[in-house]
Design a protein around this ligand. Sequence first.
Ligand code: FES
Length: 193
Amino acid sequence: MKDSDSSVTRRRLLGAVGTAGAASVAGCGFQPPTAGEGDGPAESPTERVGRIERYPRLRIAAVDEIDVGETVEFEYPLDGSGNFLTRLTEDADAGVGPEEGIVAFSNLCTHMGCAVSGNVDAERGTAGPCPCHYTSFDLSKGGLVVVGPATTDLPQVRLDVADGDVFATGMDGLVHGRRNNLADGEPVPEEGE
Ligand code: FES
């Protein structure tokens, strides 16, 4: 057989194998997956972002139970994420309740994560000095750093009052040590769950 003949034969054989292979795949009933199939409808990027960023709604306490200077500690938005709620003597940015003086913040100092809820001063409207390196935050101005080595304001919990109760509904600012306030943990259960 001449070289050109063997070349034609090889091409015909390869073509035949390719056709047979395609026929056998079609014949076995295999269907490649298409978008939207599987366990359920495919989640769009917009839906995924909405799910990740959705904060739970958590009842913290009755407004009547919160006296000036008292602190109430609670976990939000994830199990184990510590915060404190307090009532200042004067109105505060994003405050709710009587004189709009009830506010809530992350308990973790934004410098290195030490707890600041033990040093809340309702008269001055401050949290701190932090027991580790003495940063103080202004609770009447959204957790603004007043003095100390921290360079980021204390994250504030968004509050809402309904039927005499205070609810947490979200957070402004990134909690110390987290890349996302809702990532790497279980959200606290909402009312009724
Ligand atoms: S951890 Fe609070 S000032 Fe350093």
